[in-house]
Design a protein around this ligand. Sequence first.
Ligand SMILES: *Cc1c(COP(=O)(O)O)cnc(C)c1O
Length: 389
Amino acid sequence: MTNPATTPEPISFLDLPKQQARLGDALRRRVDAVMAHCKFVMGPEVEELEQHLAAYCGAAECVAVSSGTDALLIALMAEEIGPGDAVFLPAFTYTATAEVVLLLGATPVFVDVDPRTFQISPESLMTRIESVIAQADLEPRLVIGVDLFGQPAPWNELRNVADRFGLLLVDDCAQAFGGAYHNRKLGREAVATTLSFFPSKPLGGYGDGGAILTDDSERAALYRSLRTHGEGKTRYEVLRIGINGRLDTLQAAILLAKLDAFDAELDRRDEIARAYDAGLAGLVEPPQRVPNSKSAWAIYSILLPDASARDSLQAHLREAGVPSAIYYPKPLHRQPAYAEHHDETVHLPVSEGLGARILALPMQPELTNEEVERVIDAVQSWAKQEKKA
Ligand SMILES: *Cc1c(COP(=O)(O)O)cnc(C)c1O
């Protein structure tokens, strides 16, 4: 029989009921306002959200769209990325980063990542660009930098490489809105910065949503047209092929309510990350920080020495009611959908090794101090047990 005193409630990885309770009336009031005016598509909350998001990071323009994936798709469509074009992106990221490249008929070229920060490696990027140039069958066009897990990609180094080869930069900031690089909020490091409001992202809605930030008003106008079937000045003037990529008014309303609490949530995430760093030092490898940056802490991932240590820690945590997750078990170039678009003789050793050793611990503002302690205690007791074995 299990003893209730020694089997505490499992900790939640993403506690949306608790989040709703914390946000309280603000959410309800925003949703009720939309239900009252009934402008469910492109209602006034959409533009209000765009203005707030642009102001938040100092970008000139924001275009709200239906998801982080559609934000990337539209940003690439605007640059007329298509067949014959090479788009460089990290192999260690979520599938959406690469998916849009293939949807447009272009070729993804996978780049390796840094072994400690997990961010795209500028050295690997150089090597991959040079090999595409040497092979001469694709035209290098664009680099998608991903701000993985909430930390910024090394934007200054990426910009140097991109400038040297005349490539465009796009920032896939789906996991990192609210983060900063060299004392500047993310949102202005590339020609376009794409956001996701999927519920588990730092600024998460209650459904799908996304946005594109840019300082270029011509690009913003193009994104707006592409978001609505390529429309011109009137609804029935079709200037180009676009998509239905609008953000629902109800999601905009929810995000407006959530924005008011966003900075406090980011502070809480940072507090939790620092508590983990201190409690886990010497037992596992805590995530190394990108220099001169601030993380939005979408994900807090530690590294273990090998797959068997990672699997045994994950099992031990599960027993203690502590959930964990693996982002990402396999790099994209090893996934069935992408393998045929990658030259298998090209190894990306860091991306290929991380999946076996990485583990994400609970990270959400809803965690109490007691829960954070429980996570740390569980890792400590696992480490003690490993030492004995
Ligand atoms: C979540 C995510 C996306 C896609 O965002 P959706 O809103 O789910 O379409 C793209 N890139 C990265 C790195 C992500 O984590």
